[in-house]
Design a protein around this ligand. Structure first.
Ligand code: NI
Length: 175
């Protein structure tokens, strides 16, 4: 772990905030500010009990995501990915997902069963990750965020309408 005393928990952007619908911009080079953002994203993900987080979820339109699924698959290390890209997909499987930007909502989403993703790590070194099972799902969910897509964009229109009605009520109840 790259522990930094100055790490901060950032505010999460929630549906229907506009930045979540926008395609995030590629990173051209990784400097101290970008690494600081990565560390803050990691801190935020852990503080909120999330298993993944994309930079646009904290209001920054850059192609960075962090994933830690060790709560589900113990041996999986923390992943920091810059400019991630899916280069291969296999199979199809439906399973339940949630998202920090859609509080109190969970639904089944159909995704590829396996993916191969390339990108850069925290230091800017090229990496390739082969994701199976839950990791494949987390990678697709976070890369979707960077493309301006939420899990509700992956469900049927009927389910989406139902979500919108329920979500309004939930958010009104939380005020
Ligand atoms: Ni999410």
């Amino acid at each position: 772990m790259f522990y930094n005393k100055k790490m901060a928990v950032l505010e999460i952007k929630k549906y229907p905030e506009k930045i979540l619908k926008e395609k995030a911009l590629p990173i051209e080079y990784i400097d101290g500010n970008i690494q600081r953002l990565m560390d803050d994203m990691i801190e935020t993900m852990y503080a909120l009990g999330g298993i993944g987080l994309a930079a646009n979820q904290v209001g920054i339109s850059k192609r960075i995501c962090v994933i830690d699924i060790s709560a589900i698959e113990e041996e999986m290390p923390l992943i920091v990915l810059v400019n991630p890209e899916i280069i291969e997909k296999k199979g199809s499987i439906e399973s339940e997902e949630g998202c920090l930007s859609l509080p109190e909502y969970k639904t089944n989403v159909k995704r590829a069963e396996e993916v191969r993703v390339k990108g850069l790590d925290r230091k800017g070194m090229p990496i390739e990750i082969e994701g199976k099972g839950f990791l494949a799902r987390a990678l697709q969910h976070e890369i979707d965020h960077l493309d301006g897509l939420l899990l509700i964009d992956r469900i049927s229109p009927i389910k989406r309408e139902f979500f919108k009605k329920r979500y309004k009520k939930t958010m009104a109840g939380n005020k």
